[in-house]
Each structure stands twice: as structure tokens, then as C-alpha cells.
Design a protein around this ligand. Structure first.
Ligand code: FES
Ligand code: FES
Length: 153
């Protein structure tokens, strides 16, 4: 069994896996108890599993644990706390930008990535940035509003 050193939410953790291609998502949820990232499609098509790797949005369902080793991984839990939410989390709460909430992790983490690269995005840039994230509840309007609110905070 191989051991991988991961930097997750500012901590260095060692995880063991028989399979170097094991999805990072499984390691985060099952070994590290980080349940922010969700399993949606498992095929890089919905965005529910999104995390940041070195500040950019990455789909953890198709990221092999071996490729994540040594890189800076941030999950939803690493952004803020209920008492002190990150600006994007606070904006999602303020805009009530969730219904069932299943897509919310992916929307917030992708929004972080968009804002890391473009701190003051236009409406169109926000829409394009989130275009690969699916929301079956139709909350898109509020989600986009929340990202713009976070950008102006
Ligand atoms: S679960 Fe990863 S993109 Fe859908
Ligand atoms: S809020 Fe339900 S999938 Fe987006």
C-alpha cells in the first residue's frame, strides 16, 4: 500500500491507498471526513465534487490521489467557519443561494476559483465561470447574484 502526503486545508496529512488512481474525492470524504465535496456524477460533468488545487477549481472525482499529493488542496471546510464564513460563503447565505444544497459546494468552490483569477468579474464572466456546474433546482440567478456580491464585498 502506498502512502501519500496531502496538504489539505493547511494541514499535512498522510493517507494510504492501494490504488494510485483512487479519486481524491473518496480520500477526502472517507479517510479525512471532509464531506463538503459531494459525489454527483463521478464523471467530471456536474461540479458537485469541486475543490481547489493550488487555488484553481478541480474535480476531485476524477483527480487521482497520486496526482494530488504535494499540492495545496482546499475544500469547503477550509474556507471559513459558521462563525466566520469566507466572503463567498457569506454572500451565498445573504442571497439564500441554495435550495437542496447539493450543488452548493461546487458552486462556492468554483466561484472562489473564478474570483482568484478575476477578482472583479462581470456578470458574463461569472456565468461563464460557473457554466460547467449543474444545479437541478434552478437556483442559478441567486447563485450568480451571490458571486457578484462576494466580488464587491
Ligand atoms: S461528481 Fe465530480 S463532476 Fe460530478
Ligand atoms: S440547490 Fe439543489 S442542485 Fe443546486
Amino acid at each position: 500500500m502506498a502512502s501519500y502526503s496531502l496538504q489539505v486545508n493547511g494541514r499535512t496529512v498522510a493517507v494510504e491507498s492501494w490504488d494510485p488512481s483512487q479519486p481524491l474525492l473518496y480520500v477526502l470524504r472517507n479517510a479525512l471526513d471532509l464531506h463538503g465535496p459531494k459525489f454527483g456524477c463521478g464523471l467530471a460533468q456536474c461540479g458537485a465534487c469541486t475543490v481547489l488545487i493550488d487555488g484553481k477549481a478541480a474535480r476531485s472525482c476524477v483527480t487521482p490521489v497520486s496526482q494530488a499529493a504535494g499540492r495545496k488542496i482546499t475544500t469547503l471546510e477550509g474556507l471559513g467557519t459558521p462563525e466566520k464564513p469566507d466572503a463567498v460563503q457569506a454572500a451565498f447565505i445573504a442571497e439564500q443561494a441554495a435550495q437542496c444544497g447539493y450543488c452548493t459546494n461546487g458552486m462556492i468552490m468554483t466561484a472562489k476559483s473564478v474570483l482568484n483569477q478575476t477578482p472583479k468579474p462581470t456578470l458574463e464572466q461569472v456565468k461563464q465561470g460557473l457554466a460547467g456546474n449543474l444545479c437541478r433546482c434552478g437556483t442559478h440567478t441567486r447563485i450568480v447574484r451571490a458571486v457578484l456580491r462576494a466580488a464587491s464585498a
